[in-house]
Design a protein around this ligand. Structure first.
Ligand code: NAG
Ligand code: NAG
Ligand code: NAG
Length: 306
């Protein structure tokens, strides 16, 4: 009996000693990671021009680590590779990887400055401590916030007054634009609650891969402002708007005219509202309040019980 207990005690000691050794050879982050598994982020969303670190976690000390770009871990070209005799940063391959990428000590991939060229799938392929090749991947998605201010109504570009207005005796073209965004953005005009049909739109791609977009509408003199709305803005959940008034030259821009309907000049071609064809989308209700304050101050001030 005594012999058996001693044997068991020894067994426990040996097991503890063994486990301690195993834990000791692992890096801190990979303590709970099973054999033959690589953990990476599924995707990373990065602003163009920012830096990013792609993590790669696995069990034990690897025989080699390869960061690759592409879909197939066997054929995708190496960006940076590392074996235990290499410098901690690993060896880069190719012009762009050598400019912006290197490995960290924990075998994560650091990209210094992300450009359009860095969009895509990154594979971390590891020759594990058991000598087995394992991998996982991270998709990099990019975005770029439009250049401020946006959106811009072209016809208001030089207008420093609080409410941009132009006068037109006939229908005129109004253009609204946003620049340097990625990947996409929606621009449209509202006239009252009516979403207007544009007469043209352009989308241009800049050298850095970001885009410029503009849309144009035909507008004519109206008491209702024309509002250009930017929605689905990269990096933002809000909408932005810019406002323009199109006045008839018949109304002299003197004080005291406010509240009177515009004299309906026959050649002004006033927009007819057709409520049945246009629906106010719920989104257009989210226009930031600041930009909607077109009517002169209607604020009520609470007096008393304060
Ligand atoms: C890849 O990484 C994800 C996220 O960390 C993880 O859920 C998944 O199990 C990994 N797949 C493999 C094959 O290691
Ligand atoms: C704004 O001003 C610039 C220079 O002062 C001029 O070239 C341009 O045509 C003006 N734009 C508009 C829309 O009035
Ligand atoms: C996009 O807009 C920016 C800012 O107005 C301008 O500098 C750039 O030239 C435009 N890009 C293209 C392709 O037209």
């Amino acid at each position: 009996m005594a012999l058996r207990i001693t044997q068991r005690t020894w067994l426990v000691i040996v097991i503890i000693a063994f486990m301690t050794t195993v834990v000791h050879t692992e890096s801190g982050v990979s303590g709970d990671i099973p054999d033959d598994v690589v953990y990476t982020d599924l995707h990373k969303t990065v602003r163009i021009g920012d830096s990013v670190v792609l993590t790669c976690q696995f069990r034990g000390t690897p025989l080699a680590v390869y960061w690759k770009k592409g879909d197939d871990p066997r054929t995708a070209p190496n960006l940076v590779s590392w074996i235990p005799t290499d410098d901690v940063t690993g060896l880069c391959e190719g012009e762009r990887p050598c400019q912006v990428m290197e490995m960290n000590e924990d075998r994560s991939l650091a990209i210094k400055e992300v450009s359009i060229a860095e969009e895509g799938r990154y594979i971390c392929r590891v020759s594990s401590y058991r000598g087995i090749l394992i991998h996982n991947f991270t998709d990099i998605r990019l975005f770029s916030i439009p250049e401020e201010p946006y959106p811009i109504i072209k016809q208001c570009a030089n207008d420093s007054s609080q409410i941009c207005s132009i006068s037109a005796s006939e229908s005129i073209t109004i253009t609204c634009l946003a620049t340097s965004f990625y990947p996409d953005l929606d621009l449209f005009f509202l006239h009252g609650s009516q979403k207007m049909k544009d007469i043209g739109s352009t989308e241009l791609t800049n050298h850095d891969g970001t885009k410029n977009k503009s849309i144009s509408i035909k507008a004519s003199a109206s008491n209702t402002p024309y509002i250009c709305v930017a929605s689905d803005i990269p990096g933002s959940k809000d909408q932005r708007a810019a406002t323009i008034m199109v006045n008839s030259p018949m109304i002299s821009p003197t004080r005291g005219n406010e509240g009177f309907p515009a004299p309906s000049s026959t050649n002004a071609g006033t927009m007819e509202k057709t409520p049945d064809t246009m629906e106010l989308t719920p989104r257009s209700m989210e226009i930031t309040p600041g930009t909607m304050e077109i009517t002169p101050g209607k604020r009520t001030t609470k007096i008393g019980n304060a």
